[in-house]
Design a protein around this ligand. Structure first.
Ligand SMILES: *Cc1c(COP(=O)(O)O)cnc(C)c1O
Length: 373
């Protein structure tokens, strides 16, 4: 059984994807060109945001957003304690420190009340100025961006939505990746919309930020890339990846719906034996992961071993709260406690989830869990 089955996906759409790749190779335009323009236009329309700027990966996308805002020394950037390393890694890169904030017990997403407390304590301490809050759409469910936006506005902060896992999710009719002042996503192969290598994008309605990001991603270009008016990065999406993404975007909604059906099936079998994922009313998840919680580390360990013995892959996303990562050891100042993140890290387990998961496969995973807990 595959944790995320990219092979079956390719085989189902081999013809279109092969010919899209072939066209790029025949045109021999590997950087920039029509597929990049078309993809950016289609992604912006899909999400419902004015500008989409493609870039090399989801980590660069986050960094480009912070660069466009001129975030640096003395600024506080609030980051959920329970997320992938990237979300916080970019903060020291622009010269300041992340403040890790606890998450909601049910959604695993940034807790608005913990955020407000963290902002107040930073203000009270008086060393840093609250500047940005990064809300992550963890495991596919959009963060509570309505509430978080209100807090951001109240304290004069910008909202950066990290939609690396949230692309194709939504709240009501509003698509994920449209909630931030700037939003970023990743096209890493295993993400809801994945390419065949690395890729990412930045979304915003703001014209000036979009223009700045277009400059920063190509060596701080002015008139062209040999006119350099600021220090930037080399962070382009390959044309080949754009061509693949244009094809994959066509069947993304159908795939997301299949993931939602798989999630429903899992939950109907598992809800009595583990804590199953909670999707809030009116929210639609893209199911980047299907993550359950056990009664403690030992029970989780037992489940993992039994699954593994049966040839079923499972993964712990994430084992360690970010504030405990060694890389941040010298950078933590006035770090608030994050007890819910600690608890989730000790109890969570992600099960196989993808659009091609069969009903029998889901039932097998559930049987093994049921028999062994
Ligand atoms: C994958 C991921 C990223 C980084 O994306 P890359 O394309 O791998 O650089 C950032 N944030 C979150 C939440 C992610 O899951």
């Amino acid at each position: 059984m595959e944790f995320r089955d990219l092979k079956t996906q390719y085989l189902q759409h081999k013809e279109e994807i092969d010919s899209a790749m072939q066209r790029v190779v025949c045109n021999a335009q590997f950087i920039g060109g029509e597929p990049i323009r078309q993809l950016e236009e289609e992604l912006a329309a899909y999400v419902g945001v004015k500008h989409c700027i493609s870039c090399a990966n989801g980590t660069d996308a986050l960094q480009l957003a912070l660069m466009a805002w001129g975030v640096g020394e003395g600024d506080a950037v609030f980051v959920p304690d329970f997320t992938f390393f990237s979300t916080a890694e970019v903060v020291p890169w622009v010269g300041t420190v992340p403040i890790f904030v606890d998450v909601d017990r049910d959604t695993f997403n940034l807790s608005p009340s913990a955020l407000e407390e963290a902002v107040k304590s930073v203000l009270k301490e008086g060393r840093l100025t609250p500047k940005v809050v990064i809300a992550v759409d963890l495991f596919g469910q959009p963060a509570d961006c309505d509430t978080i936006r209100k807090i951001a506005e109240q304290y004069g902060m910008w909202l950066l939505e990290d939609g690396a896992q949230g692309f194709a999710g939504r709240i009501g009719d509003h698509m994920a990746c449209s909630f931030g002042d700037i939003t970023t996503t990743s096209f890493f192969p295993a993400k809801p919309l994945g390419c065949y290598g690395d890729g990412g994008a930045v979304f915003t309605d703001h014209d000036e930020w979009a223009e700045l990001i277009r400059s920063y991603k190509v060596h701080g270009k002015g008139e062209d890339k040999y006119d350099n008016i600021r220090i930037g990065l080399n962070s382009r999406l390959d044309t080949l990846q754009a061509a693949i993404l244009i094809e994959k975007l066509k069947f993304l909604d159908e795939e997301t719906e299949r993931c939602n059906e798989a999630a429903k099936r899992y939950t109907s079998f598992l809800k009595e034996i583990v804590k199953t994922p909670i999707v809030l009313p009116d929210y639609y998840s893209s199911w980047a992961q299907y993550t359950v919680q056990f009664d403690g580390k030992e029970q989780r360990e037992r489940a993992m071993v039994k699954l593994k013995d049966a040839g079923i892959p499972s993964m712990i996303y994430y084992k360690k709260p970010l504030h405990r990562q060694k890389a941040f050891a010298g950078l933590l100042a006035g770090q608030p406690a994050c007890p819910i993140t600690e608890e989730i890290c000790d109890t969570c387990l992600s099960l196989p989830m993808h659009p091609y998961l069969k009903a029998e496969e889901i039932e097998r995973v559930c049987d093994i869990l049921q028999e062994n807990l």
